[in-house]
Design a protein around this ligand. Structure first.
Ligand SMILES: [Zn+2]
Length: 372
């Protein structure tokens, strides 16, 4: 690609990313200790102008939360938040937590407004998605001819319907099983987790699932030989949703920080840039970015979801991902703005139209333009 063409593309993307409604917004943050409100002053652009940096803080191979299992492949990037509202629950604290065993859990990256730490190599399995470790990748033919890229999926009388047509796929079943005197539940024959409610009796549980019981990030569908296919699904009893497997075994997990005193918009921008790099490095496309909810029905990342910021987050990822197609070490992007900011995220309240200058710089060449 010619340099001039790349610079034009970068300019186009920055103009597309310009935020015309940059204004203060109060977010409600959901924590397991407490909830709190925090004000962010807006961001100038969906693109984050600061450098992408990752600090290695790898979990030692002798820890139980790093099994060292090499993934068959990476299919997804799974985004979480820690739901830890305490001021002390920053990225370094979480890096220390996961390196000290993480209570048996692990994830690949901890992303805060201050730094990103890397804990598990991207090609290894980690324990973060809540869908177990027993189900490997497969696809199953729904028997329904694909007529749209993404079908509308419903549950009617115990079967999945795709675009109104009955498929061959029955909804997941749920069984309460007694193993070694301990009560467990299994979905589609795969033991999921221990059931604490001892009032349940051994045997099948009638679910009577309906469309509203499908997690709101949907069911993964592929089009193979003209038909829709599903990848493995199950019913997660803990959260009461039909969800997708392959989270632990086939994804890269990122925990985002929501600690009090941190700047959420900065955290989300840093995370979006990280996600874009992971998509590029693993030859994935934007539809590989999934919330934890997709794999278990858990309402995670709760603060992004409940503030209706998930779609904006995806638009940040999209700009960052597109930019990576044209950026390289020989191109520098400089932001000039007369306001206190972190990579374009405002750190002070501004009540007038903000003008900012962007310089796209190479050894021989400089392109300057102003956005408002
Ligand atoms: Zn999560």
């Amino acid at each position: 690609m010619k340099l001039e063409y790349r610079i034009n593309k970068i300019k186009e993307l920055l103009i597309k990313g310009n935020n015309l409604k940059c204004s203060s917004r109060t977010f409600k943050v959901f924590g397991y200790q407490f909830n709190y409100y925090t004000e962010c002053f807006g961001d100038l652009n969906a693109y984050y102008f600061n450098k992408h940096e990752v600090i290695d803080r790898l979990v030692s191979l002798d820890m139980d939360n790093r099994p060292g299992t090499i993934k068959e492949k990476t299919l997804y990037v799974c985004v979480h938040d820690t739901a830890s509202a305490a001021e002390t629950a920053g990225s370094l604290a979480h890096a220390n937590y996961v390196c000290n065993g993480g209570g048996g859990t692990s994830w690949h990256y901890s992303c805060g407004d201050d730094a990103i730490y890397h804990h598990i190599p991207d090609n290894e399995v980690a324990y973060h998605a809540g869908d177990g470790l027993k189900v490997s990748y497969y696809t199953i033919d729904t028997g329904v001819l694909a007529t749209t890229k993404v079908p509308c999926i419903e549950i009617i009388d115990g079967y999945f319907y795709l675009n109104g047509i009955k498929s061959l796929i029955k909804v997941p079943d749920l069984t309460i099983v007694n193993v070694d005197g301990t009560l467990y539940y299994s979905s589609c024959g795969v033991i999921q987790t221990k059931v604490k409610d001892q009032s349940l009796t051994v045997g099948e549980v009638k679910l009577n699932l309906s469309t509203k019981d499908i997690n709101d990030a949907g069911i993964n569908t592929l089009i193979i030989n003209g038909n829709y296919h599903f990848t493995p699904i199950y019913y997660n009893k803990s959260y009461g949703y039909v969800a997708n497997r392959l989270g632990n075994l086939y994804s890269i997990g990122i925990e985002t920080m929501v600690n009090k005193g941190s700047n959420l918009l900065v955290t989300w921008h840093k995370c979006a840039k990280l996600v874009a790099h992971l998509l590029k490095d693993n030859n994935l496309t934007l539809d590989a970015v999934k919330p934890h909810h997709f794999f278990s029905g858990k309402p995670c990342p709760m603060t992004l979801r409940y503030n209706n910021m998930w779609n904006y987050f995806l638009s940040m990822v999209e700009i960052e991902y597109e930019m990576l197609k044209y950026l390289s070490d020989d191109i520098e992007i400089i932001l000039n703005v007369d306001k206190l900011n972190n990579g374009g995220v405002l750190l002070e309240e501004v009540n007038e139209v903000v003008s900012y200058e962007i310089i796209i710089k190479t050894k021989e060449f400089e392109e300057k333009f102003i956005l408002n």
